[in-house]
Design a protein around this ligand. Structure first.
Ligand SMILES: Nc1ncnc2c1ncn2[C@@H]1O[C@H](COP(=O)(O)OP(=O)(O)OP(=O)(O)O)[C@@H](O)[C@H]1O
Ligand SMILES: [Mg+2]
Length: 347
């Protein structure tokens, strides 16, 4: 599979005109903040997130429900509701998206950057044929003849592993199983060879066998298109299997990030240890809860937001400003006590 018009082999993708100008990460997020004004005050959903993802790399974002995983990626995509207040920087291939015009954001969305969601049925139009819906994605961003669109639609369905793709283009969403619909969603997302693919819990609604197949399709996109993939999940088992790096989020901030191998072997933040010890046993695919609950994001606590649930917390953990990520060993941690706790924290 080749990028763009098919002339450039994927293996030399970094030299394509759409590459990051400095050869750095294709997706680069800095100090991203999102709040939602409500009657009770502002919900501070995301409070300063940095994220870099290189071509062909898969970075997992993990964290409990409400930690801001979806909101941060929806902000990057320009898909949050109007009232949301967003600041910071999101660059795709050097192109700044925060504050960009709606037109510029639309042109990036679906072309340079695409997203797949947990529930494919809600994103597919029930009264349009599958082939037409994928074709629309192509028409929106490329000038192709009708025949070229049809050919590309069949190629895309083939790529995501749909049998008899030519026949399937004429079918409607209700004629597809859940796993097949998710494959269609992936085909739509990758129709224009996006440089960045964001997957928000794309397999949570699927059974284990289908989940494994969908993960394979996503890894294929990562490998063959060399897309940068951001994979949001609760499931650390999935992270261990497919991610290159992982970023742990808590209460709208980053707790820790690093290579998957390092993080599983030697976590540096007590919250990560909590997530790891909540790892499901065989036969259970969801995390067991860490005792206590995440803070109310209308009034986040001072300092480290995890301190109320942390058995290692001390007075210094309450000090503002909240701790940023800093290099620690092979990883980066936001725990102020990481040095003292090294050797104490056990996964
Ligand atoms: N439109 C909105 N208005 C007000 N608050 C919102 C809105 N959307 C999200 N939030 C809040 O923002 C916070 C972060 O939500 P987000 O959906 O990013 O969590 P998440 O990490 O994706 O959780 P989950 O694992 O359950 O999907 C939550 O406290 C949520 O209630
Ligand atoms: Mg979410």
């Amino acid at each position: 599979m080749a990028r763009g018009n098919g002339a450039t082999p994927a293996a030399v993708a970094p030299t394509t005109p759409n590459g990051a100008p400095d050869g750095g990460p294709i997706l680069s997020i800095r100090d991203l903040r999102v709040s939602f004004p409500t009657e009770d005050g502002a919900v501070q959903a995301v409070r300063g997130i940095d994220l870099d993802v290189n071509r062909g790399e898969l970075v997992a974002i993990v964290g409990e429900s409400g930690s801001g995983k979806s909101v941060s990626m929806l902000a990057a995509m320009g898909l949050l509701p109007k009232g949301a207040q967003i600041s910071g920087s999101v660059k795709v291939g050097g192109q700044e998206l925060i504050g960009a015009s709606a037109k510029a954001q639309r042109s990036v969305r679906g072309q340079r950057m695409a997203m797949i969601f947990q529930d494919p049925l809600s994103a597919l139009n029930p009264v349009h044929r599958i082939g037409d819906q994928i074709g629309e994605m192509l028409d929106a961003h490329q000038k192709l003849s009708k025949q070229a669109v049809n050919t590309k639609v069949v190629e895309l369905l083939e790529l995501v592993g749909i049998p008899q793709p030519a026949d399937r283009t004429r079918r409607y969403p209700h004629e597809f199983s859940g796993g097949m619909r998710q494959r269609v969603m992936i085909a739509m997302a990758i129709a224009n060879d996006p440089e960045v693919l964001i997957a928000d819990e794309p397999t949570t609604a699927l059974d284990v066998t289908v989940q494994a197949q969908i993960l394979e399709v996503i890894q294929r996109v990562q490998r063959e298109l060399r897309s940068a993939v951001v994979f949001i999940t609760h499931d650390l088992g999935v992270v261990a299997r497919i991610a290159d790096r992982v970023q742990v989020m808590y209460a709208g901030r980053s707790a820790e990030r690093g290579e998957v191998h390092d993080l599983f072997r030697q976590p540096t933040h007590p919250y990560t240890v909590g997530l790891l010890s909540a790892l499901p046993q065989v036969g259970r695919s969801r995390l067991l809860p860490i005792p206590g609950a995440p803070p109310n994001m209308l009034a986040p606590p001072s300092g480290c937001a995890f301190r109320a649930r942390c058995s290692y917390a001390q007075d210094l953990c309450a000090e503002d400003p909240p701790p940023d990520l800093r290099p620690f060993g092979a990883a980066e941690t936001a725990c102020r006590r990481a040095e003292e706790l090294a050797g104490v924290l056990q996964p």
